[in-house]
Design a protein around this ligand. Structure first.
Ligand SMILES: *Cc1c(COP(=O)(O)O)cnc(C)c1O
Ligand SMILES: [Zn+2]
Length: 502
């Protein structure tokens, strides 16, 4: 729709101009740092940073009602820069000129309601928000759109040139970083560090296909992260891990979309998120707080963070009920099918600690919860979800298992409506599915396949056929007719099909 066709009172708001006063703020010492250069940790105290708009209060002057209309009308604009995470420009990057925005089709992923059968099985009303429907098939594209748009802005304004973007990854960060960097080549090139044999073949194929330099490093993700941190401290590279606060901003769009999809009614809503490096839960908490502060939503949803028992440092931290007595201790991870979240020393833990406290305070009661789930439950629930029409990855299975656990613990009540974050596409994790179906999980995964969930292809080759077609040698005439007839009969027999009376 064209600008002039929108209601007059909304027209001036539709196309945002650069605004606000954005700075990095240190989580540790609260120092403020200029954003004209890329910064990942506080130069004063080495803590992680968050981006803050010092002029945020100006947004509160616009009534919540007007904001809701702005976002709803923006849906109808055919302007690429406003079709992804920047539909919420004022909240995810108000200083960004629209001509610097990189849009590759990220965001606005569908929220699919589970069918009756699955809702009954779980005993809750719930939706799965399919982050696998992003361009590189995971939610990481939200943050990359934001980080690479900002890099693009710095390149356009002459602040940066010949950027080498680097990241460590459990698979999806590198897939996404390489994709967005490829779009900006030759100004931006990318190099990614992956733990050797700890990403799936699909996730390895992605950065290779995008033309990134791919390094495989011995050890697990936490080891890769240390190497990439050393690189970013000693060399002139752009770090694209979620340590980069620009990633967090783009990922906040996930919360804004959920609010918009529920017509901004967040009463009795629950969001379930898998936790790895803890960037995503940081962004989602922060997003809902900003919409609440601006009067766009009038309730904060419950947030439930889920971890596998094989990589559960955040869950363990919150086991201690008294905040003053909590101590963060990194864990040594064990193999997990939720491999994208297999992280023992999450970079964003200080952000989570800070934001969880602020969120609970804003909500007026405890609104953030943490659960842990077994590997067995992750696989069983992923496969069950997908057998009911979803495309959930293993981390999506983790959130469904987390919901079941949260119900048991009384965190989710009868009248709650739940949104599960299925963070990537099932196809990225097809190998874990195959290991389950073919019963070949190594013992350290602690997974015993349930027969009812297994599925394998069946070869149909009637024994009484002398010749069958091959790719090199097709068959014809009577032989071919007999092949078709006998094969159809064999399939009908296996399926127990009665003949039709036509
Ligand atoms: C990165 C990732 C996670 C973990 O997200 P964090 O922000 O690191 O906590 C979970 N699932 C998938 C599919 C991911 O790619
Ligand atoms: Zn500091």
């Amino acid at each position: 729709m064209k600008i002039n066709d929108f209601p007059e009172h909304i027209q001036p708001y539709l196309i945002p101009k650069p605004a606000g006063k954005v700075i990095y703020r240190c989580i540790g010492c609260e120092a403020e740092h200029d954003i004209s250069r890329l910064l990942y940790t506080c130069p004063a105290c080495h803590s992680v940073l968050l981006l803050t708009d010092l002029a945020f209060d100006r947004l509160k002057k616009t009534p919540g009602d007007t904001w809701r209309q702005i976002f709803d009308y923006r849906k109808m604009l055919n302007i690429p820069a406003l079709q992804g995470v920047y539909r919420y420009h004022e909240f995810v990057g108000p200083m960004m000129p629209l001509d610097a925005v990189i849009y590759l089709g990220e965001g606005h992923t569908p929220m699919v309601e589970a069918n009756q059968h699955l809702q009954q099985l779980v005993g809750a009303r719930f939706y799965i928000k399919n982050e696998g429907q992003n361009p590189s098939a995971s939610f990481k594209d939200r943050g990359m759109a934001s980080a690479l748009s900002y890099i693009n802005f710095l390149v356009n304004s002459g602040e940066l040139s010949d950027v080498l973007a680097v990241c460590a990854s459990t698979g999806d960060t590198s897939a996404s970083a390489a994709l967005y960097a490829a779009y900006l080549q030759p100004a931006v090139k990318s190099a990614v560090l992956l733990p050797h044999k700890k990403v799936t073949p699909q996730q390895l194929a992605q950065p290779l296909g995008s033309g990134a330099v791919v390094f495989e490093i011995p050890g697990v993700f936490d080891d890769c992260m240390k190497v990439v941190e050393a690189l970013s401290e000693q060399y002139n590279v752009a770090l694209l891990n979620s340590k980069n606060a620009w990633r967090i901003w783009g990922q906040e769009s996930y919360s804004y979309e959920i609010a918009q999809d529920f017509d901004y009614d967040m009463d009795h809503k629950v969001i379930v998120i898998p936790i790895g490096n803890a960037g995503n839960i940081t962004a989602i908490i922060s997003g809902f707080m900003k919409f609440f502060e601006a009067g766009i939503i009038d309730r904060l949803p419950k947030i439930i963070g889920v971890q596998s028992t094989h990589a559960n440092p955040v869950y363990r931290y919150y086991l201690e009920p008294k905040p003053g007595k909590r101590m963060f201790i990194p864990v040594k991870v064990r193999p997990s099918v939720a491999q994208a979240a297999m992280i023992g020393n999450p970079v964003s833990v200080p952000r989570v600690i800070y934001l969880v406290e602020a969120y609970n305070e804003m909500a007026g009661n405890q609104a953030v919860f943490f659960t842990e789930v077994e590997e067995q439950a992750i696989m069983d629930w992923q496969l069950t979800a997908n057998r009911n029409g979803h495309i959930a990855c293993t981390q999506g299975g983790e959130t469904l298992a987390g919901l079941v656990e949260a119900k048991k613990r009384g965190i989710v009540s009868e009248d709650d409506v739940v949104v599960l974050d299925a963070t990537a596409h099932a196809l990225k994790f097809a190998d874990f599915q195959a290991m389950y179906f073919e019963n070949r999980f190594p013992p350290e995964f602690e997974i015993t396949p349930k027969k009812s969930l297994q599925n394998v292809p069946r070869l149909v080759r009637p024994k009484d056929l002398d010749v069958v077609p091959t790719a090199e040698k097709p068959i014809e005439g009577k032989d071919f007719e007999r092949f078709v007839q006998r094969t159809a009969e064999a399939i009908a027999e296996k399926l127990g099909l009665p003949p039709s009376h036509r």
